[in-house]
Ligand binder design. Structure first.
Ligand code: ADP
Ligand code: MG
Ligand code: MG
Length: 919
């Protein structure tokens, strides 16, 4: 038997089913399914995606047996609908609709009213007794067919649609505004003009043969799979180009035959808020796209209850039936022809993060789905939880801003949320500016105190400016650049790598999208989408944060919070991975705990040092051990109290503290910052010249591969000693207060066993000393970060000295791929757009390379210590796919920035479910 290319649907039985989306496309599979469950669907058939791939592989030809199969399915369709395709007495009209496996809204084409010509038109008039309607349909058909099949659709924004032009002229001539105010004669004239335009443009007469019309429309639908828009869309969502689209031939039903007709679209629940209300719009006496096209203002679906009570009742029943059947919210299209309701489409509705959570929780309570289904990735992509945590732009306000031409540029969306603020170009300016305002009784700053820090890039010195800023926008840097990293950790809205920005620090202006903004001007940035907009855009605060962090709302006041909390508890019941946070300060730690963190996976001590930059500089610039020790003495005090604060906030939860890591030069004044050099010189009591000399000595060509990590602690043991002392002393002090402590000291950038061994020995020696001094003991671990390929390969050796491992996947990615995370902005987009890499490796773990090394590290490490505790503390620890990978290779925990903790919790639960489903 030859391949089945055509699948019939109609009446109450179909060849297809809803689970055949790969072959029939989503639209085709669901049209078939709706027939199967007894809903009224105009009969028709689906030409499979295989025909589309055949079409592309064979020089735009159809398979030989296709035509015969179409003829057969068409016969069944005609019987079901009681009309004949191309018949001058009783003509059947059809539509030809695209439909891929996944919905690609607005990307591909559809042609309505196929089968019309001068003869069938007469039949249609006779059959319906409605001449105007018939001519209106013909007018629409010639226009759509001309646009889609004959390629007359405008290619650029400047081009005009020749049909729209003629239509416009006609309306002007008649002095009317709306299409439906034109009379039959006008429409007749228009059809004539349209056909003439076709002949002029294509050199051929408009086709009259219905079968030719249908087959050509099918070809055009297939072609639309390959159009630019569709290609770009697939790349964005990672859908393969090889899938192809199906083409659906569907009997026409008419919503434009009079006032007892209508067409509409609806969601079975509100897709923005998740509320369980029927949500949609319809138009009386209209066809197809009219509702969405905005030609006339549509009515709310609730009004249909009054306009057509019986139809509304039927539709509402269908709404319930569909939800019960699909067990998810549906997005439907329907048409009412002379009081009879027809269903034209159903699919799982796209939703916001808010709606996703609410749908899932409500449906569990309604008994429609299980808890496990509720937390599955198909229903709630973990990243969508972001929307519940971050302030968001009011969608209306944003749409308006874009319409008004205020969109300036688009960068990399690095920190989700919405921020509106005044432009500041320097961190210290931002800080001074914001601090010049005072807080109200609720601790809130006035609106004018909102700042967006706009910079080429940020450095650790900008931290405090970043802290006060509402949003951060940089021209350079990628998704794990300093700005991105710090912003996420602080939960700040952030866009990085926005190359279109031209920043002039001298003039204090930024230019983009042909506009120049000054310091102090308002700017709005959307960290969800990367969009940068001129002026203010209204925002809405997140209720979850109000309940958990700022405590300005009570749990019982926020439905969103309650549902979020319930969903998270289901995720916690399922997941095996622990979730920790990366936090350097007590308030960050406290926020993370409120979000469900079970410990700190990475506390970077250098961030603490930035609050005490002067003694830090003193320490680095010292030219002998004595000077250095004197400086360290000062730092010890700060560090001890910082650590104590964190231990208190964590209340016995494990806290992993990394000893000093970053390249030292990051802390130093630059060569042209003479005043800052003088300041340190005075402090240490040396000449400014010698400071300059020391800065030059410390200069490195490649600091990322330079004097950093445990290399510092090995060359200057007193640094590690001071840090170990600060940690252990703080732990003892807090333990004495009656608060449990669980410190884990982590040595960074270890490659060779002896590097670790020496540091471990130092830490133990200091700990013993402190215990003796304090007359008390605490339990602590010493482990290492695994962030060099050598450490993965030699993990068995390293495990002999390490009490735990933590993968530092930022550095591991840099060193494995030989890509600098600070400089990859210049080429990574090209790589992604040309499919040279699948994903940004600093966002999603490169599973086959970096991931394989991690797997090796786990195996080797546990071959020595079978229950070795292993985690991840790179930025990847809060990225859902990477979290799932960590689960698969058997890590004990992931650690991520506070605002990503809920996302990691959900992803960790999904990892368990996905594993179960595979088995
Ligand atoms: P899209 O995937 O862009 O929604 P569709 O194939 O669903 O495209 O069709 C576009 C519009 O035409 C929709 O409003 C749809 O309801 C309408 N339409 C499609 N086929 C028919 C038909 N056979 N009868 C009436 N309206 C139709
Ligand atoms: Mg549709
Ligand atoms: Mg590192």
């Amino acid at each position: 038997m030859s391949t089945k290319y055509v699948y019939y649907f109609g009446g109450t039985s179909s060849d297809g089913r809803s689970d055949m989306k790969n072959l029939l496309g989503g639209k085709g599979a669901n049209l078939a399914e709706m027939c199967n469950i007894g809903l009224p669907v105009p009969a028709g058939f689906t030409i499979t995606t295989e025909v589309c791939t055949y079409f592309y592989d064979n020089n735009r030809q159809y398979p030989e047996t296709l035509r015969a199969q179409i003829v057969e399915a068409l016969k069944k369709t005609e019987e079901e609908m009681g009309a004949k395709f191309g018949d001058p007495e009783n003509p059947l009209l059809v539509s030809c609709r695209s439909g891929a496996r996944v919905s690609m809204p607005g990307m591909m084409d559809t042609v309505l009213n196929i089968g019309l010509n001068e003869q069938t038109l007469k039949g249609l008039i006779k059959k319906t007794g409605n001449e105007r309607f018939a001519w209106d349909s013909y007018r629409r058909f010639v226009q759509m067919y001309g646009d889609v099949v004959l390629g007359m659709k405008p290619q650029t924004k400047e081009d005009e649609d020749p049909f729209e032009l003629l239509l416009h002229k006609m309306k002007k001539k008649k002095g009317v505004h709306l299409d439906n105010e034109l009379d039959t004669d006008d429409l007749k004239k228009l059809v004539k003009q349209f056909k003439k335009a076709v002949l002029e443009r294509t050199g051929k007469d408009f086709p009259d043969d219905p079968m030719e019309q249908m087959l050509e429309a099918v070809g055009a639908v297939f072609q639309s799979w390959g159009n630019d828009r569709a290609v770009v869309y697939r790349r964005q969502y990672n859908y393969p180009h090889t899938w192809g689209t199906a083409a659906n031939i569907c009997s026409m039903v008419f919503g434009n035959m009079g006032d007892d007709c209508a067409t509409g679209v609806a969601f079975t629940r509100d897709p923005a808020t998740g509320e369980k209300v029927f949500y949609g719009e319809y138009l009386i006496n209209a066809q197809g796209e009219d509702v969405v096209a905005g030609i006339r203002t549509p009515n709310k679906i609730a009004e249909l209850k009054i306009a057509m009570p019986e139809v509304y009742q039927q539709l509402d029943d269908i709404r319930n039936k569909l939800e019960k059947h699909y067990r998810d919210v549906q997005d439907i299209e329907f048409t009412v022809q002379k009081g009879k309701l027809w269903m034209l489409q159903t699919r799982n509705g796209k939703r916001t993060g808010f709606a996703g959570v609410r749908f899932a929780v409500d449906m569990v309570h309604e008994g429609l789905i299980s808890k496990e289904e509720a937390i599955s990735a198909g229903r709630i992509p973990p990243d969508d939880l972001n929307q519940l945590l971050q302030p968001i732009f009011d969608p209306e306000a944003k749409r308006k801003a874009v319409e008004e031409g205020r969109l300036l540029a688009v960068g990399i969306n690095a920190g989700p949320g919405a921020a509106t603020g005044k432009i500041k170009f320097y961190a210290d300016d931002a800080e001074a500016y914001v601090n010049s305002f005072s807080r109200d009784a609720n601790g809130k700053l006035p609106e004018d105190a909102q700042v967006v820090l706009v910079r080429q890039e940020t450095s650790p010195e900008d931290i405090r400016g970043m802290q006060v800023a509402t949003g951060i926008l940089t021209a350079f840097g990628g998704a794990s650049s300093h700005a991105a990293l710090v912003s996420r950790q602080m939960g700040k809205v952030c866009i990085v790598g926005c190359g279109e920005l031209k920043i002039d620090y001298k003039k204090r202006t930024v230019t983009a999208g042909g506009k120049t903004l000054k310091e102090g001007d308002w700017i709005a940035i959307d960290g969800f989408s990367g969009e940068v907009m001129e002026g203010k855009v209204a925002t809405k605060p997140s209720e979850v944060v109000q309940v958990l962090i700022s405590k300005t709302m009570k749990p019982e006041e926020s439905k969103v919070y309650q549902q979020f909390a319930e969903l998270m508890s289901w995720a916690d019941d399922v997941r095996k991975l622990k979730v920790r946070t990366n936090a350097d300060q007590p308030d960050q730690a406290a926020a993370a705990i409120a979000f469900g963190a079970e410990g700190i996976g990475l506390c970077r001590t250098e961030h603490m040092f930035f609050d005490h930059i002067l003694p830090m500089r003193e320490m680095i610039l010292s030219s002998n051990t004595e000077q250095r020790k004197a400086a360290l003495e000062k730092l010890l005090e700060f560090q001890r109290s910082d650590f104590a604060g964190i231990f208190r906030a964590m209340k016995g939860k494990p806290v992993t503290i990394r000893t000093l890591d970053p390249p030292l030069h990051e802390f130093l004044p630059t060569l042209d910052q003479k005043d800052k050099q003088k300041e340190v010189a005075k402090m240490i009591g040396v000449s400014p010249k010698s400071i300059e000399k020391r800065i030059k000595e410390l200069h490195e060509l490649n600091p990322m591969l330079g004097f950093r990590g445990c290399r510092l602690g090995n060359v200057f043991p007193e640094i590690t000693e001071m840090q170990a002392r600060a940690i252990i002393e703080a732990a003892c002090d807090v333990a004495k207060e009656g608060i449990a402590v669980e410190p884990e000291i982590m040595i960074p950038l270890v490659g060779f066993l002896p590097e670790l061994k020496a540091q471990v020995k130092l830490v133990h020696a200091i700990a013993e000393k402190v215990f003796a001094e304090k007359g008390t003991k605490v339990k602590y671990l010493v482990g290492t970060m695994i962030e060099l390929p050598r450490a993965c390969v030699a993990a068995a050796e390293i495990a002999t000295e390490a009490e735990f491992f933590s993968f530092g996947t930022n550095d591991l990615t840099q060193t494995t791929l030989g890509i600098s995370r600070d400089d990859y902005g210049s080429f990574i987009r090209h790589y992604i757009e040309n499919d040279l890499v699948k994903k940004d490796p600093f966002q999603v773990i490169d599973f086959d390379g970096v991931g394989a090394l991690m797997k090796l590290g786990v195996e080797k490490g546990r071959s020595v210590k079978h229950d070795l505790k292993i985690g991840i503390c790179g930025e990847h620890g809060g990225e859902p796919d990477s979290v799932k990978f960590c689960h698969r290779i058997g890590l004990n925990y992931v650690s991520c920035s506070p605002f990503r903790v809920p996302i990691a919790r959900l992803a960790a639960a999904q990892a368990v479910l996905e594993e179960k489903n595979k088995k």
